[in-house]
Write a protein that binds this ligand. Structure first.
Ligand SMILES: Cc1cc2nc3c(=O)[nH]c(=O)nc-3n(C[C@H](O)[C@H](O)[C@H](O)COP(=O)(O)OP(=O)(O)OC[C@H]3O[C@@H](n4cnc5c(N)ncnc54)[C@H](O)[C@@H]3O)c2cc1C
Length: 602
């Protein structure tokens, strides 16, 4: 079954809800209009369906291979990667100075959903290259940036992020890779594990961003610096020089994303690996956070994009599979429950991610420093939610997709079991979801004395006040208000526990707290979107003279746009009635006095 996506929903988010076409009025994006953005999205979808989708199965069945000192990707990856780069898809939101198309982040995110949804493993190579390029662009000297970045964005060279070591996973500060200054560069020595895109045959060189400690610098995260370490050295004229003593020791055999190479890399076994310091010494973690934040949103997108693909696949199957005589399984209430659950989560996650991408755009075009900071603060607050909520819920959606398929879902002939396996890793890498939840409660909620959280809270509260009497959605709005109050109550409780010196209880409930914030914010987005959708739907009904329920229903059956808009309203209602009540249950868990988890003797 070919890759499918609700393209109209992506457009609805971008143009009808967020109205990103207004970015064209800013200096940064002047000259761009809705048609331009839509054309790019259309091309991106075509590319995903034509060039990436055929790699999906091969990615899983053939996977990557490590033979001798070579890592090969599945057949077709190399050609598709070069075409992908030639179409400018690696560098969509990158400044023209480095060969990019300087597009808004929201358009890039919309297009990236198609690339990721059609094959997560393939999308990893460009995603990491882009992230690494951004980082060198942001913190490197002009010389360093010009030497590496254009070749990365053009698809000639790849990129990676190298944090993890056998003894340093979540606790990156425990890393032991070392750097010793030698003239204008450093000698790097150490081992990194689980490095995505660490070695492959897609590009002639790979630029590793390596976290290491300069000899004599303090232990822990404060002593970490960041280095640009190419697989092959780069001569002053930009041509490739000698091998830089970066050896691929092994590639992992894993549950999913088998077409994405996951490598154990050894740097400087022969004492001959050089790296260039990026930015300031001992500021490595802070810089790497930029890449990690991008990568965390990208992880969230993996969850959302694969869940969307799994949903579309299950939906298509449910429309043709019969049981019990001639009954299509889509007509069984329990199958309908599963399908609308998938639909509502998928639309909710997409809304959250595109909204977050748009915060980036707003920050980029805003001139006033205080407003700029507000957008950045909101994005920073929502980043762990995008990552952990979308990857966990995405996995659940993929599980439901398998359930809709029944036994065939478990069989590799159909794609959903692969989606489920491919998606799982996204809740683990880039900081496990447990770590994301700790970041949310320990850092993000209290950031700037809680101002970013307070603003978000007040905005949602304002929405609830404004729409409290909405003729179609007042009940949903009341439910959101209740959930928001519970989020507020728990936030206060966390602060109280923290001030009383009890740090274990907030940590114990951090994931539940993150889910609650995620559910509440997604419910808000879906209902806010449903308000917009209903206005449009009523316009269609009016224009076609539908003055009773029967006529309205007929239009929604026959007219694609009306059916889509009605579906948005139904997703919002279902999410509020069937998902949002979990906020109350989780709040009850959090506020209970039960500390068994902390006290149990395992
Ligand atoms: C396929 C794949 C690709 C990867 N790609 C990359 C890559 O490109 N670059 C890279 O550097 N790394 C990469 N990783 C590594 C990945 O980021 C780590 O596996 C991840 O950060 C978790 O580290 P760990 O595996 O050591 O688990 P651990 O840190 O040992 O965690 C185990 C469990 O303990 C929990 N835990 C740990 N510390 C805490 C704490 N303080 N509080 C609460 N709970 C805690 C975790 O949430 C988890 O549930 C990849 C891994 C895989 C499997």
């Amino acid at each position: 079954m070919a890759y499918k996506v609700n393209y109209r929903d992506v457009e609805f988010n971008l143009f009808d809800y967020l109205k990103i076409q207004d970015l064209g009025q800013s200096e940064k994006y002047s000259g761009f209009g809705r048609e331009d953005f839509a054309a790019i999205l259309g091309e991106a979808l075509k590319f995903a369906q034509k060039e990436i989708d055929p790699l999906f199965k091969k990615s899983d069945q053939i996977g990557c291979k490590h033979e001798g000192d070579k890592v090969t990707t599945p057949p077709g990856f190399k050609e598709a990667y070069q075409n992908f780069a030639a179409n400018g898809f690696i560098a969509m939101d990158v400044p023209a100075t480095y060969g990019g198309s300087a597009l808004p982040v929201s358009v890039t995110m919309g297009a990236t959903e198609f690339f990721v949804g059609s094959c997560i493993a393939f999308s990893m190579y460009s995603g990491l290259t882009r992230g690494a390029g951004h980082l060198i662009e942001a913190f490197g000297t002009e010389d360093l940036a010009q030497r590496f970045v254009p070749n990365m964005y053009s698809g000639k060279w790849g990129g990676t992020m190298c944090l993890t070591e056998p003894q340093a996973g979540s606790a990156v500060g425990d890393l032991t890779t070392s750097a010793v200054k030698e003239g204008d560069h450093y000698k790097i020595k150490g081992n990194k594990i689980f490095i995505s895109s660490g070695d492959h045959d897609l590009t002639e060189n790979i630029v590793h961003l390596v976290l290491a400690r300069v000899e004599g610098d303090p232990a822990g995260t404060k002593g970490i610096s960041l280095f640009v370490v190419p697989k092959f050295r780069v001569k002053d004229d930009g041509s490739l020089g000698d091998w830089n003593d970066v050896k691929t020791v092994n590639i992992e055999h894993k549950m999913g994303i088998k077409g994405s190479s996951t490598c154990t890399l050894s740097f400087g076994d022969n004492g001959n690996c050089i790296g260039y310091l990026l930015g300031e010494q001992r500021k490595g973690m802070a810089m790497m956070f930029q890449m990690m934040n991008e990568a965390r949103i990208a992880c969230g997108l993996q969850g959302a994009a694969a869940s969307s693909a799994a949903y579309e696949s299950a939906l298509e199957y449910a429309k043709v599979r019969t049981q019990g005589g001639k009954t299509l399984i889509i007509d069984y209430p329990d199958v309908r429950r599963m399908l609308i659950t998938m639909k509502a989560y998928t639309e909710g996650m997409r809304a959250l991610l595109l909204y977050s991408a748009y915060l980036d755009d707003k920050e980029n075009v805003e001139q006033d420093p205080a407003t700029k900071e507000k957008y950045a603060g909101r994005l920073s607050l929502l980043t762990p939610v995008c990552k952990a909520y979308c990857t966990d819920m995405g996995f659940r959606v993929s599980e439901l997709a398998m359930q809709v398929y029944g036994g065939y879902g478990y069989i590799s002939e159909y794609p959903v079991e692969q989606y489920m396996r491919d998606i799982k890793i996204s809740s683990i890498y880039e900081g496990t979801n447990g770590i994301q939840a700790l970041d949310l409660i320990g850092r993000k909620i209290g950031q700037k004395n809680g101002e970013y959280f307070r603003e978000l809270y007040e905005e949602l509260n304002g929405f609830c006040g404004k729409q409290a009497a909405h003729p179609a959605f007042k009940d949903e709005v009341a439910s959101i208000k209740k959930a928001l109050d519970q989020v507020g109550q728990v936030t206060m409780k966390f602060a109280e526990w923290g001030m009383g010196g009890d740090i274990l209880r907030p940590q114990l409930h951090a994931v539940n707290y993150l889910y609650n914030l995620g559910d509440t914010f997604v419910a808000y987005l879906l209902v806010d979107q449903a308000v917009v959708a209903l206005v449009k739907l009523e316009e269609i009904w009016k224009s076609q003279g539908a003055d009773n329920e029967e006529k309205k229903s007929k239009i929604c059956t026959e007219n694609d746009e009306a059916r889509f808009l009605e579906g948005k309203v139904k997703s919002a209602r279902f999410f509020v009635s069937s998902v949002l009540p979990q906020v109350t249950a989780r709040a009850k868990t959090i506020l209970s006095e039960d500390l068994s988890a902390l006290k149990v003797r395992f």
